[in-house]
Design a protein around this ligand. Sequence first.
Ligand SMILES: NC(=O)c1ccc[n+]([C@@H]2O[C@H](COP(=O)([O-])OP(=O)(O)OC[C@H]3O[C@@H](n4cnc5c(N)ncnc54)[C@H](O)[C@@H]3O)[C@@H](O)[C@H]2O)c1
Length: 362
Amino acid sequence: MTGTLNFAIVGCGGITLQNHLPGLALCPEVKVTALCDADGATLERARRQTGVTITSTDYEDIVRREDIHAVIIATPNYVHPTIALAAIAQGKHVLCEKPLALNYADAKAMADAADRGNVRHMTAFTYRFVPAMQYLNHLIKRGDLGQPYHYRSCRLQDWGTRNLGWRQVKKLAGSGELGDMLSHRIDFAHLLVGPMQRLVANTKILHHDREGKPSDLDDWVGILADFRSGATGVLESSKLASGRNESWRSLDYVEINGSEASFVFTTGEWNKLQTGKVGGSGLESLAVPREFWSWPGSSRDPQAGDPLVTFRYDQAWEFVDAIRNQRRCVPDFHDGARAQAVMEAANESAESGRWFDLPAEN
Ligand SMILES: NC(=O)c1ccc[n+]([C@@H]2O[C@H](COP(=O)([O-])OP(=O)(O)OC[C@H]3O[C@@H](n4cnc5c(N)ncnc54)[C@H](O)[C@@H]3O)[C@@H](O)[C@H]2O)c1
């Protein structure tokens, strides 16, 4: 597709301002044409900040417009499927925030509808765009890990007891730490080690009240998994790791051990990995080569701005490039649905105390 691509954004809160608008601003021949937010004051703030004049509090008004080619959905999780299906029905390309839905059936229905509609579809697993994660993926695909033995991820933040808005309400978010933070690390696992076969999980609500408002979602989650490749998985994520700080200033750790080597990734070390060879004397630092500092083809200058923030902008570039070249987005709705199946199994396992098998198509 050539010429200017017109975008609409539905949901003009935190992630739209932090990631989507600056990312789209770096893409040539892309225009944010319309904005939607259910909250009038948030919409007005976004209108003033962007100068976009077409606005609505109703997503239907926006996705119906013929001058819109693509829609970014950045609302609370429960409404992602409804908006995505409406946009797909109008032939729009869709980038949807994670987690795609509240359950696997809805996420899979989104992926299937987007395929049937022949539109580009992308799940915002933003941390795939960290240069060190890209390089790690490259090394593993090249065979440097050998046979995968163990995948381990640990995401530790200190969010204390503060109110989390819709993020602490099950009917709006679906899950707590599991969908909010662990979903990205489940996606890393799929990328690096392949599909899971079965899992057992536990979740914990340690604060049932956050600043006077009820919280019915997990503050902590742990998953023990078997991958189809035979590798084992241990995944943990917490909002209550006191003193660990938040966001990219806190711990986001992935370690993979294989028959040939081990690799360690942390988001905070955006251009470094640690590695050790089998039988070696310990881990050492491995610099990420310059060609991995931005996404293939992206015109973003990796040395402009804070690299712990700006890698996220390559997500918009990937979506735009996939639309222009009519190719699959990486990661797409099927990747989002695959992670959703793991989240659903983890919730069911935490409730029942039993191991759960993942769907065969996963
Ligand atoms: N990819 C990432 O790294 C990342 C990071 C943060 C958030 N997220 C995801 O992005 C989404 C939004 O998170 P956020 O932090 O921006 O939340 P937010 O609360 O800051 O913003 C959400 C906005 O959606 C609006 N909204 C609610 N219902 C709506 C509807 N029906 N139609 C239109 N607008 C509606 C709200 O008024 C609000 O302004 C969530 O799915 C979250 O999981 C992803």
